[in-house]
Design a protein around this ligand. Structure first.
Ligand SMILES: Nc1ncnc2c1ncn2[C@@H]1O[C@H](COP(=O)(O)OP(=O)(O)OP(=O)(O)O)[C@@H](O)[C@H]1O
Ligand SMILES: [Mg+2]
Length: 329
């Protein structure tokens, strides 16, 4: 098999948000290893607050992780000078944020053209390319609109055009279709698909959208700052249990997703009756089981604690309305 090079790699990534408040610091990322190969599309899925945006910002060099390093196209970002970092980012990676982050004083066309202008491309050429991209995203007619005059979905499409104009090798995107209606969302996804298949662009994107996750070759499931599992293209965001592969990292750490923890009867002590390569069999130490059976009879909550969505008979782990994770009660 042909050796693929890594476009993005990080080891032991930690991030702590320091807080003076009494409830203390928030550990948002707890030792994450990420590898994305050139031309690969990887999704990050996980409930609200699990650390997805924090991860994306650390990987893109927008925020310095508390520990661990990030390599972009073979260069370790923390070792670069400010100018080197800017150059590397400009020619390698583009971002699409959760909220579109357009420059408020520039119209749509100039927002899109601006990254090329930064690279020294002449205005006429940069604008022509910007217009072409806006056309492809169904925004050709709105190119003179100012950001404040555009709807959320339109702003997002401008942001996407802006991210694509430099022909990056890697796109980091935080909920790129979050603000879009289903039809536009599909159009954006088709454009991503073309870039991915025909131009070998790599994607690392955060999503709650099942089509977006299905577009990726694999999805990483993030919970409380740790990757708990990986899924293939058959991932079904509303029921992750069918495609889940648990991850044991280099340090031997495995984190069980909450629903699996419930299925095995909750926390406790486990014996390993026979150790064999490629397979691990855990058996609960029996006195513990009696104890736990008596104490905990957990079931999935009937309604979402955040938005009061009624789950009815469904076994979903994530609220389809607001994306919050479903607690056990
Ligand atoms: N600036 C900040 N200061 C302190 N804590 C923060 C800050 N930003 C995020 N956090 C906390 O870090 C954790 C991870 O937040 P993050 O924004 O990465 O989550 P997320 O997975 O992107 O969530 P969502 O799906 O809601 O966008 C959360 O507990 C959040 O409250
Ligand atoms: Mg986020």
């Amino acid at each position: 098999m042909e050796e693929r090079s890594e476009i993005l790699k990080s080891d032991g990534l930690y991030h702590v948000y320091e807080s003076g408040a009494e409830d203390g610091n928030v550990v948002a990322l707890r030792g994450l290893h990420v590898t994305v190969y050139e031309g690969e599309a990887v999704a990050v899925i996980g409930p609200s607050g699990s650390g997805k945006s924090t991860l994306l910002k650390c990987l893109g060099g927008l925020m310095k992780p508390s520990a661990g390093g990030v390599e972009l196209a073979g260069s370790r970002m923390t070792r670069l000078t400010g100018k080197e970092l800017v150059d590397l980012r400009q020619k390698t990676v583009s971002f699409i944020f959760q909220d579109s982050n357009l420059l408020p004083h520039l119209n749509a066309l100039d927002n899109v053209a601006q990254p090329l202008r930064h690279q020294g491309v002449l205005p006429r050429e940069a604008r022509a390319k910007a217009q072409e991209l806006l056309d492809r995203l169904g925004m050709g007619e709105r190119s003179r609109g100012m950001p404040e005059e555009l709807s959320g979905g339109e702003q997002q499409r401008v942001a996407i055009a802006r991210a694509l104009i430099t022909e990056p090798k890697l796109i980091l995107a935080d909920e790129p279709t979050g603000a879009l209606d289903p039809i536009t969302s599909r159009e954006v996804l088709e454009l991503f698909d073309t870039l991915h298949k025909e131009e070998d662009v790599a994607f690392f994107l955060v999503t709650h959208n099942r089509d977006v996750a299905a577009f990726c070759e694999r999805s990483l499931e993030l919970r409380d700052g740790r990757f708990v599992a990986q899924h293939g293209t058959d991932v079904d965001i509303s029921d992750l249990s069918g495609s889940r592969e648990l991850i044991i990292d280099d340090t031997g750490t495995v984190t069980l997703p909450p629903d699996i923890l419930t299925q095995i009867g909750g926390p406790g002590r486990f014996e390993i009756p026979d150790i064999v390569r490629d397979s691990l069999n855990l058996e609960r130490v029996s006195e513990e089981r009696i104890d736990i059976d008596g104490k905990t009879e957990l079931t999935l909550a009937a309604t979402c604690p955040a938005c009061f969505h009624d789950y009815g008979d469904s076994e979903e782990q994530l609220c389809p309305e607001c994306g919050s994770s479903r607690p056990m009660v």
